[in-house]
Design a binder for this molecule. Structure first.
Ligand code: ZN
Length: 257
C-alpha cells in the first residue's frame, strides 16, 4: 500500500472528528486528495465553520465563500447537512455558510460561479460528478429523493453496498451524488476510491460506520419515508418495500484489515 501523502496526513485528524457529519468530512477528503476537483459543503456558522476551514487551509485546500447564508433546520444529531432538505414548519433554524472548496482558488471560485449560474450540468461537472450521472439528473428534471432509493437502486430486494445512496440516511454515503444507475462504473470507482483512502489512512472507525450502515435493511414506512433497521429487527416487521445488502459488505468494499 503506498504511503499517505502530506495532505492526506493533514486531513486525518479532521476525518476522525466525530462531531462533524461524515458526509462533510468525506467531501473534504475528496478535494484534499484530488478524488474530485471541487465540492460544495455546508457548515454551521461558529465552531463547525472554524474547525472545517482551519483543517482545509492547513491541508492546502482553497475556499470560496458563497454570498449570504443558508438557513437550515437545526440537526438533532450529527447528520448529513442535506442541501435539498426541506425545513419543517416551525422548526428551529441554524445559519449555515456555503463553501466551495478545491485544490486551488481559481477552481474553488469556478465552482461557486458554476453554482451561481443555476445550470446543474455545469455545476455537477465542476464538482467532478460523472457526466452520465449529471446528464441523468438533467433528463429526469430533479435530483432524486432519499425515498426513491429503493426504486432506483435496489433489485430483487437487494442493494449494492458499494453505491447505495440510501446510506445517506445513516450519514455514510460513499458517493457525493446520486448515481445514474446501480451499475454506473464511474460512481463505483469514486466510492471505491474513498474506501481505499480511508483504509490507507487507517480510518477503521469510519469504515466500520460505513459497513454497519450497509448491513442494515432499508424500507419505506407508512409515510413513504426511507428507514433503516438491523436485519434482526427487520424479521419482526411486515414491510413489503425493502432491500438488504446484495452481498457481504466488507467483501464488496474490498476491505481487508
Ligand atoms: Zn453515472
Amino acid at each position: 500500500m503506498p504511503a499517505a501523502n502530506l495532505s492526506e496526513l493533514m486531513i486525518r485528524d479532521f476525518l476522525n472528528d466525530v462531531s462533524l457529519p461524515l458526509q462533510l468530512r468525506l467531501d473534504c477528503l475528496d478535494v484534499a486528495t484530488t478524488i474530485r476537483p471541487a465540492a460544495r459543503v455546508l457548515v454551521q456558522l461558529g465552531n463547525e465553520a472554524e474547525k472545517v476551514c482551519a483543517a482545509l487551509l492547513s491541508s492546502g485546500v482553497a475556499i470560496s465563500v458563497a454570498k449570504g447564508i443558508k438557513r437550515q433546520q437545526k440537526p438533532t444529531h450529527v447528520t448529513v447537512h442535506d442541501w435539498f432538505d426541506q425545513n419543517e414548519l416551525g422548526a428551529e433554524l441554524v445559519d449555515m455558510a456555503v463553501l466551495y472548496i478545491a485544490r486551488d482558488q481559481a477552481t474553488a471560485d469556478g465552482a461557486r460561479s458554476a453554482d451561481e449560474t443555476k445550470d446543474d450540468v455545469l455545476f455537477g461537472k465542476a464538482l467532478g460528478y460523472p457526466s452520465c450521472c449529471v446528464e441523468w439528473v438533467q433528463r429526469r428534471g430533479c435530483v432524486p429523493e432519499l425515498s426513491e432509493c429503493l426504486e432506483l437502486y435496489a433489485r430483487n430486494f437487494a442493494y449494492d453496498p458499494l453505491i447505495w445512496p440510501g446510506a445517506m440516511l445513516n450519514d455514510s454515503p460513499l458517493t457525493p451524488h446520486y448515481p445514474c444507475s446501480p451499475d454506473c462504473a464511474q460512481s463505483q470507482a469514486l466510492a471505491q476510491a474513498r474506501v481505499n483512502l480511508l483504509a490507507r489512512l487507517s480510518c477503521w472507525e469510519i469504515l466500520e460506520t460505513i459497513i454497519r450502515a450497509r448491513e442494515m435493511v432499508y424500507f419505506l414506512d407508512d409515510n413513504q419515508k426511507l428507514r433503516a433497521v438491523s436485519a434482526a429487527e427487520f424479521l419482526v416487521s411486515g414491510v413489503v418495500q425493502f432491500a438488504k445488502p446484495s452481498m457481504a459488505v466488507a467483501e464488496r468494499l474490498n476491505i481487508a484489515r
